[in-house]
Ligand binder design. Structure first.
Ligand SMILES: NC(=O)c1ccc[n+]([C@@H]2O[C@H](COP(=O)([O-])OP(=O)(O)OC[C@H]3O[C@@H](n4cnc5c(N)ncnc54)[C@H](OP(=O)(O)O)[C@@H]3O)[C@@H](O)[C@H]2O)c1
Length: 322
């Protein structure tokens, strides 16, 4: 199955920023559906990419946009429910993937790549993020026709230029130069480089044996949240003292911070951190990919001077590739 045209949802975010330039080889037609296309203008520097404003929850619009495309990629996801936007976890992680699978089949699309998350499971845990992500995986498997070849990608937390994990801790550490109170310090992760996740998606894009496969994707290191934040501090030259909070204080911090604008931490985030984000199967080994370590990538973007980091943020906001 040769994939010549791809329609992408959620492509304006962190993963899309890395995936779309890699997919755009000049021969492929790539359509990115976005609710805010003006925020994704940086994608237009890649050849063959078009940006289209769309309501991805409208079945007629989806079917219309998918018609004539070989492949659909779903990158839409939220870490927290927002009071401003009325779409919550269930709508974004369960109803939308179902609609995407149904609309793909109706439009004659043959391939669907769906981004889920490691430890997503509809039947386990109390985090709505992980449960709804798991339910989305189940629904997508049955909603599409037998002609639709679906693959699911389940990464641990991803890092890379523009990530919202290490960069967020870097910002918080800069704001707290003396002491940094850290919830759930013993939660474990296997951080994975976004470029390696992109490589897994590229390798499996038109692979006949990828149908129905779920790829768990982890980096080579397993670290606690405390170790990751300490690593971030070292990279940015912060000497802030990291104080791990007890379980009770972590819960209290989550209850308070979920009312702060932008929800830096929520009760559902706390609940998802109760499950270690560590792979039980090695999806990269299945694909012959050697995932890169933090040390190979992170110092290249996190250790930047404040001015360079500000310039990068300005480029991202302005959609400029200069
Ligand atoms: N980043 C990680 O470490 C990580 C780890 C595991 C799994 N994942 C999953 O990987 C996928 C991509 O992650 P990401 O970091 O690239 O996410 P992101 O930067 O937050 O981007 C997600 C995109 O989804 C769209 N979106 C957000 N809320 C929406 C809503 N309520 N309705 C419709 N569209 C909405 C937005 O696109 P528009 O504004 O253009 O519509 C946004 O650009 C997500 O499914 C995420 O759950 C991420």
């Amino acid at each position: 199955m040769k994939i010549n045209s791809i329609c992408i949802l959620g492509g304006s975010g962190f993963v899309g920023r890395h995936l779309i330039p890699a997919l755009a080889n000049g021969q492929r037609k790539i359509r990115v559906l976005s609710s805010h296309p003006q925020r994704a203008r940086h994608l237009l520097v890649s050849p063959g990419v078009e940006l289209v404003k769309a309501d991805v929850f409208d079945p007629a619009s989806l079917r219309n946009h998918f018609t004539g495309f070989d492949c659909v990629i779903n990158l839409v996801g939220i870490l927290n429910e927002s009071r401003a936007k009325h779409r919550g976890f269930r709508a974004v992680h369960v109803e939308l993937p179902t609609l995407i699978a149904e609309s793909s089949s109706a439009a004659g699309v043959s391939r669907l790549l769906h981004m889920s998350a490691l430890q997503a499971d509809s039947a386990r845990g109390t985090s709505l993020y992980l449960r709804t992500k798991g339910e989305g995986e189940n629904r997508i498997a049955v909603a599409g026709s037998s002609n639709l070849s679906v693959s699911v990608y389940k990464p641990s937390v991803m890092f890379g230029p523009g990530d919202k994990f290490l960069n967020r801790f870097a910002s918080l550490l800069r704001m707290s130069p003396l002491m940094f109170p850290l919830a759930c310090p013993n939660a474990r992760f296997a951080p994975v480089y976004v470029g390696d996740v992109v490589e897994a998606m590229l390798q499996t894009l038109d692979a006949a044996d990828a149908k129905g496969v779920h790829y768990e994707l982890c980096g080579p290191e397993q670290l606690t949240l405390r170790e990751l934040v300490q690593y971030t501090a070292t990279n940015i030259g912060s000497t802030s003292y990291i104080v791990g909070l007890s379980d009770r204080l972590s819960r209290i911090q989550a209850r308070i911070l979920q009312w702060v604008p932008g929800k830096p931490f929520s009760l559902d985030n706390y609940l998802s951190l109760q499950t270690d984000s560590i792979c039980s199967k090695d999806g990269f080994a299945q694909l012959g990919i050697t995932p890169r370590s933090l040390g190979e990538i992170v110092p290249g973007y996190l250790g930047q001077s404040g001015q360079a980091a500000r310039l990068d943020r300005w480029r991202a906001r302005a959609g400029r590739n200069v």
